[in-house]
Structures are given as structure tokens and as C-alpha cells.
Ligand binder design. Sequence first.
Ligand SMILES: [Zn+2]
Length: 268
Amino acid sequence: MCQHLCGNDAVHSALHAIDRRKLLGGAAATAAVLAAAACTTVNPDTGREQFIIIDESQLQQASLQAWAQMRQQVPPWNNAAAQRRVETVGRRVVQAAGRGNQNWEFVLFDSPQKNAFVLPGGQVGFYRGLYQISERDDWIATVLGHETGHVIGRHAAERYSRDMATQIGLEVVGTQVNSQLAMAALGLGAQVGVSLPFSREQESEADILGIQYMQRAGYDPKQSIPFWQAMQAGGGARQPEFLSTHPDPDNRIQRLRNYINEQGWGPV
Ligand SMILES: [Zn+2]
């Protein structure tokens, strides 16, 4: 979109200039701020303007690396029936989201966590702990709709861009930290010991996109309510990714309720 202005070098020097505002004085810093501000792009699927400084091919490459690392570290859950069920629901949801023609991979991991994650390359991880409380296909569709929402919302790219800006602002530029941040930005914080949750706004956007997709796919969006209630009840000490950025899960449920009723899919 703004490739010329938004090459990593341009952004890096712009952000460095912002950081050195005191040394540079007004004019150069202002020019740098304007250059960085030019790096916004409108997401065609959401209409929302986003600050993104990583291009799609870098993101796909990083996803493949992160995915390989994840699969080395967490054992698969070999359950053919569960695999079929998650895959079937997943295919229907991404098809309904208009992304049936891109690569998606659905893998079950043998972990008791009630969690799931997605990488920007369409690799979806679904943990045994979450599967075991997923009483209905509508609940699996709620999760997979939400994860698809993160991909279509370009949330990892946005988070990476934000964190890169913060990192440069702090002048932490070692390559080790860089790659750790990149991995964390892609959603693999637990693996690299850096926790970078999606923002509350991104979680909210993923929720709403998710129930749109599940509804289009023929699942019942009203079922997202009991699903999140079950998650809330079973959250325990270690909050899953979906809940961690929501200090008040009741707000999330209320927002979904309102949206469902506004759409005429209710009442809930
Ligand atoms: Zn999420």
C-alpha cells in the first residue's frame, strides 16, 4: 500500500529520529513522525486503518518458522475423530469468511490448556483442554471464527509493527531480542518467554468477525454466549489467551449479546 515509505529502513530511521527528538530538534523529528504516520493501510475486510510495517511475505515466512518450532515443542494429540471434527468446522468457517482458497492447517496439540491460537499464515493450533470442553460444534465454530478474525483483521502484523516501534523507542536492538519479539508478536509468547497479548480492541474485533463468519457458515452465533461463559467459569489461575486481555469478561459477553440482538439473530 505504502511500500515506498514503509520499508523497514525508512520506519526504523523515522522511529530513531522520534526517539532522538531532543537531539534533532523540531523539523527533522516532525518529518520523521509524518513518514511513520504515512505507513497506515486500510484493511479491505474491516475498513479499519492500521499501522503495519511488515510485508506479507515476511509474515508468511515467520509463520512457517514459528509453526515448525511449535510443532517440535508441543506433542500432537492423536485423536482422529477430534481432528475430523475440528477440521470440518474450520473449513466451513474459513469458507464462509471468504478465505477458503488460502492455506489453512488445523492441528490438535496434547496440552490441558483451554486455548487455541492462529498464525498469520493460517496455521491453527487447538489444544486438547479446549476441545474437551467444546460440547457443541457451535462452540468450536466460535473459537475458529475468532481465530480466523485475527488473521483477516491482520492482528499479528499490527502487533508486530506496534512492538517493533516500542522496541526501537526503547533502543533495544539486539538481534536476539528482535527475533524473540517477532515470535511473540506472532502469538508464540509462551515459547519464547515474552508475553505479548493481542490488544483488547483486537480481541473485540476478532469476536465480532468470528460470530459473523460462524453465522454465515450455518452455526448458531447465540452459542458464543454459553461458550464464553464456560470459558469464564473454567478459566482458573492461568487465563487463556482469549481472556487474558479482558479484565472484565462480562463486557465481552455483553458486547456479543448486543451485536447478536442488533443483527436480529437473538434474542439472547
Ligand atoms: Zn484472540
